[in-house]
Design a protein around this ligand. Structure first.
Ligand code: SAM
Length: 240
């Protein structure tokens, strides 16, 4: 069975968006993965198909109702559907490359896109929904976050990256940022590429790339560096 993404949203027209193009788009045309969208409005209440209401406890904005989201989830999830249900929210744990790999290894995902102030917490608990954030900033809706999550996963599905490397050497795969990249011309506006990359000495190039990855990770992402350094028993790590 192919990998399946189901998205519950008030704006189904935002999909497939960028996922209809390039690698992800071609993979979808080949049938490597599929995408279904469901409009939460269809499960709304009354003549106006209301999906939201005022927050208990007061405060600004509106909250998406649990009964509406429950009806949508129950309507969409078939019996025996073991895919994780994921609510994109800044309150969630931050999405990582490890999550992307885990989702890619499964049957697919069901994504819940919030709007307004978000979704009533009780329906998230009732359905065992995972809460995932794509970063420490606030979007107006979960749709761009769902596209980000799907992009990170779909490119890892078997065959999707085609002739590109499997992603094993990419940023985060070994806890480090990737090394910097250079291409032709070798001298551009007086800036030469590091000479070692022209040497043809593969072992020396690999060592240079490793050292660059470590230096950049340490400078740019102290959080990743600390985790990497504590996992690595190598006392020769620079600056440790
Ligand atoms: N009141 C919420 C808060 O402060 O945590 C923000 C709600 S936001 C305006 C509306 C919706 O956008 C959220 O329900 C969520 O689905 C989505 N969203 C916003 N920022 C996000 C992020 N960093 N990651 C994932 N989803 C996000």
């Amino acid at each position: 069975m192919n990998w399946r993404a189901t998205v519950l949203t008030l704006f189904p027209e935002m999909f497939p968006g960028p996922l209809g193009l390039s690698l992800a788009g071609r993979a979808r045309e080949r049938g490597d993965w599929s995408l279904q969208t469901h409009n939460l409005r269809e499960y709304g209440l009354g003549r106006h198909r209301a999906v939201d209401d005022t927050p208990f406890g007061g405060g600004a904005g509106l909250v998406m109702r649990p009964d509406v989201v429950d009806a949508a989830l129950s309507g969409v999830l078939g019996a025996g559907d073991v895919r994780p249900v994921i609510y994109l929210t800044p309150r969630g744990r931050r999405l990582t490359q490890a999550d992307a790999r885990r989702y890619a290894a499964g049957d697919g995902v069901v994504l819940l896109c919030g709007r307004y102030e978000g979704i009533d917490e009780r329906v998230l608990e009732a359905h065992g929904v995972e809460q995932v954030s794509i970063g420490d900033y606030v979007l107006s809706g979960g749709e761009p976050a769902a596209l980000v999550l799907l992009d990170s996963v779909v490119r890892l599905l078997p065959g999707v990256m085609g002739s590109e490397r499997s992603g094993l050497e990419e940023s985060f795969s070994d806890g480090l940022l990737e090394y910097p990249h250079f291409t032709k011309p070798a001298d551009w506006q007086g800036r030469a590429v590091p000479e070692i990359l022209l040497s043809g000495n593969h072992a020396a190039i690999a060592a240079w790339r490793r050292a660059s990855a470590e230096t950049d990770t340490r400078a740019r992402r102290p959080d990743l560096w600390a985790a990497y350094a504590s996992r690595t028993s190598n006392n020769a790590l620079p600056g440790t």
